[in-house]
Design a protein around this ligand. Structure first.
Ligand code: R7I
Ligand code: MG
Ligand code: MG
Length: 350
């Protein structure tokens, strides 16, 4: 994969994030008898629809995952640095202008209401601290939107970790929420920097080591240690691991400690083309997308995070043209990646 240019891979990250969200939104909490077959059918149906029509551009809508990714990424592009108050404003204003169609998390709206009340002024980290009687949210909402951080600070792991954590704290202050966002950002960065991943187990071990080395939030790290151990056990199994097993062993629901490891597993599990015979004729990006979405709990979010990691490795061209046309926000996502990588290059050249 080393031959794929950085820009193509960076654009694969943001397009992947939107693609996984759009594909997965159809299957959120949709328990089917044959989930993988259903996702394959939907993937093809949309492709056929686009081929037969000129009016399908942007017809598959994204959800809060992409809303918040744009809110964060476009603020980084505009200010060329992290401005917490501006990011808080973007999160909240987008929510109030579109919440009913975007399926935001159940409790995060309280943060947006309070941020609006203080007019995004002063301590914008305060409202999130009040969530869940003061323990903060461990929802996956701060991990699902983190991909711009890996592009903005590409090649700079300490700053990726710092910014992934800071942006989390605007809405998610629970240690599991913060470390989930950091782990997801590190996974994207690692995939973006990898020539060829020949040892998925080592990839997992390195990721966990990076998280432990760089995070300043040590509480609850054991939860991620346990989860990543389970991811490794699944990667080491010879027999096919069904989506239902992932749901039991790792989880794929709304918590960061389920969704982030599930996304990482999806990408790594599908590196081997032959592993899941039903999808062995698809490219690595699509294998990841189909498998991650088939877990069918928080499928838009697991799909979005898995495809952001896969996009970093395989690049933007692995996403079919028809889906690039169908996904709402695809062009904006590609432009955002180009802008973020441009800033990253400028910063590194200084
Ligand atoms: O994390 P968040 O932004 O939600 C993101 C998810 C993604 O799947 C999106 O696609 C969207 O569908 O929602 O929103 P939060 O409201 O902070 O957290 C989501 C849910 O996680 C909450 O509604 C709770 O059910 C659960 N949760 C908790 N439950 C108990 N105790 C999060 N933190 C806690 C907690 O501390
Ligand atoms: Mg969503
Ligand atoms: Mg979701």
């Amino acid at each position: 994969m080393g031959s794929i240019p950085l820009l193509e891979r960076a654009r694969g990250v943001t397009l992947g994030a939107v693609f996984g969200d759009c594909l997965g939104a159809e299957f959120e909490y949709d328990w089917a008898v044959n989930p993988l077959e259903d996702v394959i059918k939907y993937l093809k149906d949309v492709q056929n629809r686009v081929k037969g029509s000129n009016s399908e551009k942007g017809s598959v809508l994204y959800t809060d995952d992409s809303c918040m990714t744009f809110d964060l990424g476009l603020s980084l592009v505009k200010h060329r640095k992290f401005e917490a108050n501006n990011v808080a404003r973007n999160f909240s204003e987008t929510y109030f202008s579109s919440s009913s169609q975007r399926f935001y998390g159940g409790n995060v709206s309280n943060v947006f209401i309070e941020l609006k009340r203080i007019n995004y002024y002063g301590d914008v980290y305060g409202p999130a601290l009040q969530q869940f009687n003061g323990s903060g949210s461990y929802g996956n909402g701060s991990a699902m939107r983190v991909s711009p951080v890996a592009l903005f600070h590409h090649n700079d792991v300490p700053n990726i970790v710092k910014l992934a954590g800071e942006q989390s704290k605007i809405t998610h202050t629970h240690p599991l929420g913060i470390n989930g966002a950091i782990l997801q950002a590190l996974a994207i960065e690692k995939a973006l920097s990898a020539d060829e991943i020949t040892d998925p187990v080592l990839f997992c071990q390195d990721l966990l080591e990076q998280l432990k080395e760089h995070t300043t939030v040590t509480e609850g790290l054991g939860v991620y240690e346990d989860k990543m151990k389970k991811v490794i056990e699944i990667l080491q199994q010879d027999e096919l691991v069904k989506p239902s097993t992932i749901n039991t062993v790792i989880g794929s629901g709304v918590s960061a400690q389920a969704a982030v490891p599930a996304a990482i597993l999806s990408f790594l599990y599908c590196l081997d083309r032959e592993r899941i015979p039903l999808i062995s004729n698809y490219n690595g990006m699509l294998r990841t997308a189909l498998y991650s979405v088939s877990f069918s709990y928080d499928s838009d979010t697991v799909g979005s995070m898995a495809c952001a990691i896969a996009g970093a490795y395989y690049g933007e061209k692995c996403i079919p043209d028809e889906w690039r046309i169908a996904c709402e926000g695809a062009d904006a996502a590609l432009k955002m990646a180009s802008d973020l990588i441009g800033i990253n290059k400028d910063t590194n050249n200084k």
